[in-house]
Design a binder for this molecule. Structure first.
Ligand code: SAH
Length: 243
């Protein structure tokens, strides 16, 4: 039996993929992943068996990975960013447990979207922050709203993953409403689309005006805390140093 590596490939640009992730991909026999991510690493996988699949087939991908590994193949299951952050690591470990499989599973971390986006914007995450996904496919919207409320009340910098898709447009509007109960209209907001990959685009705006800019599933939204400010186009959340 060989092992499965659940590999975080980072945000997209190869310069932001770790050497450990690259090595894990190169030394695998079978690569499994969502098509968009396979395309991002296609140059690394010329001589391997590749199984790409569409979105929402996560459990199927995990079962396939176990099938291949149990037959003796070294398998890389690829995830964008970090596989332990809304990625494939959890599902893979759960499926292994459910099947009571002896296959070893290793998780290789990656640069997650929020740290890639923060670097583009300046330094918005310098104090305590909360990461919240607005996708209600697997989580009840009531739970998401409660977390938004409590993170806003706690004055956490808030980063939103999966902020808006073609079929899911009202959540970001509701999230903004919740935040406006606790934060000033002028609170800095950063929107980064395609952070650290081709076609990267960043906007520095405010809670008041954020919805006037494009937001989609390739975007991370970062909302400052009550001390966050903008200087020379960069968002800064002070850590508290005396300058
Ligand atoms: N495991 C991934 C997150 C998957 S959830 C990670 O650690 O980054 C998918 C969401 O992540 C997208 O809807 C978007 O909000 C965000 N995302 C992923 N890659 C991104 C990138 N390069 N730029 C901006 N947002 C990104």
């Amino acid at each position: 039996m060989k092992k499965i590596v659940v590999v975080g490939i980072g945000p997209g640009d190869e310069a932001y993929m770790t050497p450990a992730a690259r090595e894990a991909i190169i030394s695998s026999d079978v690569i499994i992943g969502y098509k968009t991510y396979i395309d991002l690493i296609s140059h690394l996988i010329t001589d391997k068996k590749v199984v790409d699949s569409g979105m929402k087939r996560e459990i199927e991908r995990c079962n396939l990975a176990l099938d291949f590994a149990e037959e003796g193949a070294a398998v890389a299951l690829v995830s964008s960013g970090d596989p332990g952050i809304y990625g494939m690591a959890g599902a893979m470990l759960e499926v292994k447990t459910q099947r009571d499989s002896k296959v070893e599973i290793e998780v290789i971390p990656g640069v997650t979207a929020v740290s890639a986006a923060a670097a583009v914007l300046g330094a918005p995450l310098m104090h305590d922050f909360a990461v919240i996904s607005l996708s209600d496919l697997l989580t009840d919207w009531k739970v998401i709203k409660k977390r938004l409320q409590l993170a806003a009340e706690g004055d956490f910098v808030i980063a939103l993953y999966n902020p808006k898709s073609k079929g899911r447009v009202t959540q970001i509007e509701e999230a903004r409403e919740i935040l406006l109960h606790y934060r000033e209209k002028e609170t800095p907001v950063g929107l980064v689309r395609n952070a650290k990959r081709a076609e990267e685009a960043a906007v520095v705006t405010t809670l008041k005006e954020m919805l006037q800019h494009p937001i989609d599933m390739l975007t991370v939204v970062i909302i400052g805390n009550s001390n966050t400010f903008v200087e020379n186009g960069k968002i800064i959340t002070p850590r508290g140093y005396q300058l």
